[in-house]
Design a protein around this ligand. Structure first.
Ligand code: SF4
Length: 105
């Protein structure tokens, strides 16, 4: 009969094996969530999915040529419609979006 110690060693190994099987399946079907403009963090930074809709009175330094696609913090592939951003974790921003943390990339 396995003792408690053997059981505790076996559980993490079994779980790791399970994840190895499940992870590729999840990777194929999982899609990153899109950052919404109503997200509290997005609102703090004035994020807009379309840079043309940024309030120029609130952000006078903003120009429509500033987009997530040419921001240093954008993690999406070149030419992608959306991608990750260092500031927003696992949520994707649109390549044509903008927020007040924009930095020339
Ligand atoms: S930090 Fe850059 S990539 Fe991220 S949302 Fe703001 S402008 Fe877009």
């Amino acid at each position: 009969m396995p003792c408690r110690r053997q059981f505790l060693k076996a559980v993490p190994l079994a779980m790791a094996g399970g994840f190895a099987v499940i992870a590729p399946l999840v990777g194929e079907t999982a899609h990153a969530a899109t950052l919404g403009e109503q997200d509290p963090q997005a609102q703090k930074l004035g994020y807009k999915a379309d840079t043309a809709s940024v309030d120029s009175k609130k952000y006078p330094k903003h120009t429509n040529t500033q987009t997530c696609a040419n921001c240093q913090l954008y993690q999406g592939d070149k030419g992608s419609a959306a991608g990750g951003c260092v500031l927003f974790g696992d949520k994707e921003v649109t390549s044509g979006g903008w927020c007040s943390a924009w930095e020339q990339g």
